[in-house]
Design a protein around this ligand. Structure first.
Ligand code: SAM
Length: 225
């Protein structure tokens, strides 16, 4: 059984899509996609040996070796010519790491029409990357699992426009204002206010002043929403 978080990620994979799951760890997601007839085949990529071996083991246990290829590779290097990958999933890492993986081998995205990204932190940098690279947000979700809150961003090719608040919090998520969304941002604002308090006690340098200004600006954006 898949976690609620990965189940949500899986729900955004179009039926019939060949998927590359980068940073697959136990290959739970590709196994689920293939078992449930969502993907005819899949690639599981892992850069660390331990998780790579867990993925190989899991795929073998499930009897899916003929449909899921597990590769020990850094990021998108797990995708090879001829794989005909339609969609890429990258889940369970920080936003900046996800962006660095996407930026490192842009050619590997050529055949790809959908990116399903689940940053554990800093979803904002993913929206900024998407804006810069002509991807648009097709859908977004926010889920809570084990007291942690996760955002999922689904991208397809095309232009989009986002306001500063929408880059920070997600346009659809702002419109929905789900309970989990409100919880996340209430918590963030509380945290920023604590940081501000500690900055008041610090020596007043131009850097600290700039940091204070940035935090106040973010708080204003969130409180407006
Ligand atoms: N995707 C799974 C999930 O969401 O449950 C596993 C998440 S796990 C916390 C992150 C995995 O990403 C680790 O197994 C790590 O080895 C892998 N990873 C980190 N950087 C990577 C990279 N550049 N290329 C491939 N895998 C990477």
């Amino acid at each position: 059984n898949l976690s609620k978080r990965l189940e949500k990620v899986a729900s955004f994979v179009p039926k019939g899509a060949i998927v590359a799951d980068i940073g697959s760890d136990h290959a739970y997601l590709p196994c689920y996609l293939v078992h449930n007839g969502i993907s005819p085949k899949a690639i599981a990529g892992e850069v660390v040996k331990g998780p790579y071996q867990s993925a190989v083991k899991k795929v073998r246990e499930e009897g899916l070796e003929h449909l899921i290829t597990v590769r020990l590779a850094d990021g998108l290097e797990a995708i090879e010519d001829g794989d005909q990958v339609d969609a890429i999933t990258i889940a369970g890492m920080g936003g900046p790491l996800i962006v660095s993986i996407l930026e490192k081998n842009p050619d590997k995205l050529n055949s790809v029409t959908r990116l399903i990204l689940q940053p554990n932190t800093h979803a904002k940098v993913i929206r900024e990357w998407a804006l810069e690279h002509q991807w648009r947000i097709l859908d977004e979700a926010i889920v809570e699992e084990d007291q942690k809150i996760y955002e999922i961003i689904v991208l397809e090719r095309g232009p989009m426009e986002l306001s500063e608040a929408e880059i920070l919090m997600g346009k659809k998520l702002i419109q929905e204002k789900s309970e989990v969304f409100l919880k996340k941002w209430t918590h963030e604002v509380k945290h920023w206010k604590q940081v501000l308090k500690s900055l008041e006690k610090a020596e007043q340098t131009p850097e600290i002043e700039e940091k204070r200004r940035q935090i106040l600006h973010q708080i204003a954006l969130v409180e407006e929403v």
